[in-house]
Ligand binder design. Structure first.
Ligand SMILES: *Cc1c(COP(=O)(O)O)cnc(C)c1O
Length: 375
């Protein structure tokens, strides 16, 4: 896959220009959506599950953003499972207490069948993590965490985990590669649900892993082939198309998130706002050190608890009441409506994903829903 050889380009320019066919007369500007499972023998690509054109285009655009080698998968969970498939039998895995629900379920399953030994810990409590790392084979970080918006000290934790010989994985979905590059902070492998902000339009599922070490990237690519976790051509196209506007979308949604979080902190219907961009947030200082910005995700605790949170989330007209995040449209949901959500998540917690609509329209709608929840 040809790379644009322009090292001086800024991230915004790379987002627009990477992962395109060579600039030669008659070539299309975008790689076509190539619908073929197999290829005439003897070429570079023989079978789509091993890595087709659309996957390669997307991977060539994403890898440099994180400073590593990217592999695309059918979903974020497919990507997570490919990483977990690298671990030796009985591996000791230290993992964030608050991880994406699917990852938490998978870790518990593997622990229950003896495939791993799971140690869960508050990933924002650096001392607690360090105390659990003895003998660890892997450290699973998520930062900021879903849905609690805690910030982990990626560099300190990675250094300590490496001293034990552990593999460090960081789920970077909430931050995106534009706000945080965990490989540069010491992690070995980065995970993205590109279903979320990278794709950005809530129209497809796709996962990405970025590994610093080329050998590990090759192992992860082989895991995709063997586990059958390859993404489709349309999905790769849609995510690469989403990537083109990631910087613009992120700037807008983050600006609005800052405004909304500040107002939520003063709202009588809200007892707590979790957003690393707020000066009083426990993750604020670390966010300033290791992130280029606090992002577009906010969690609030509603004054009236679970019932009031349900009422608020069912009373918006503009915010979409739905799971998922990172789309152009703003989404919200009470997380504990899911039976599988971690019971340590407060009943009245609503997770908000701020989109690219007008911030005042978003605020007016959220305010009226919260006012209703107080009645
Ligand atoms: C959604 C999500 C995942 C899983 O990704 P899918 O594309 O839904 O399989 C993993 N981690 C985080 C933080 C997520 O938000």
């Amino acid at each position: 896959m040809p790379e644009h050889p322009e090292p001086a380009w800024s991230v915004e320019t790379h987002l627009v220009h990477r992962g395109r066919p060579p600039a030669e007369p008659g070539n299309p500007v975008n790689y076509p959506i190539e619908l073929s499972s197999t290829y005439h023998a003897g070429g570079e690509i023989e079978y789509a599950r091993d890595g087709a054109l659309g996957m390669r285009a997307l991977e060539s655009a994403v890898g440099p953003l994180e400073g590593g080698h990217a592999i695309a998968y059918a979903s974020g969970m497919a990507a997570a499972n490919a990483i977990l498939d690298l671990l030796p039998p009985g591996a000791v895995v230290v993992a964030a207490e608050f991880t994406y629900t699917g990852v938490a379920i998978r870790l518990r399953e593997l622990d229950a069948r003896g495939a791993i030994q799971l140690r869960r810990v508050d990933i924002a409590d650096t001392e607690a993590v360090l105390a659990l790392l003895a003998g660890a084979d892997a450290l699973w970080i998520e930062s900021p965490t879903n849905p609690m918006l805690e910030v982990a000290d990626i560099r300190t934790l990675s250094d300590a985990a490496h001293a034990q010989g552990a593999l460090v994985i960081c789920d970077n979905t909430f931050a995106t590669p534009l706000l945080q590059q965990p490989l540069s902070l010491g992690a070995d492998v980065v995970l993205h649900s590109a279903t979320k902000a990278i794709g950005g339009h809530s129209d497809c599922l796709l996962g990405l892993v970025v590994a610093r070490d080329p050998g590990r990237a090759e192992e992860l690519r082989l895991r995709r082939t063997i586990l059958g976790a390859a993404p489709g051509a349309l999905e790769c196209y849609l995510v690469l198309r989403g990537l083109r506007t990631l910087a613009l979308r992120l700037a807008k949604s983050q600006d609005s998130a800052r405004i909304i979080a500040e107002r939520l902190a003063l709202h009588p219907g809200v007892t707590r706002v979790r957003y690393p961009g707020l000066a009083g947030d426990p993750g604020h200082a670390l966010c300033g050190e290791q992130m280029a910005g606090p992002g577009f995700m906010i969690a609030i605790e509603v004054a009236g608890g679970g019932l009031a949170a349900t009422r608020a989330s069912e009373s918006t007209r503009l915010w979409v009441h739905a799971t998922s995040l990172g789309g152009v449209e703003s989404l919200l949901e009470r997380r504990r409506r899911w039976a599988a959500e971690n019971p340590l998540v407060p009943e009245g917690l609503i997770r908000l994903s701020v989109g690219i609509e007008d911030a005042e329209d978003l605020w007016a709608d959220l305010d009226q829903a919260l006012q209703l929840s107080m009645r």
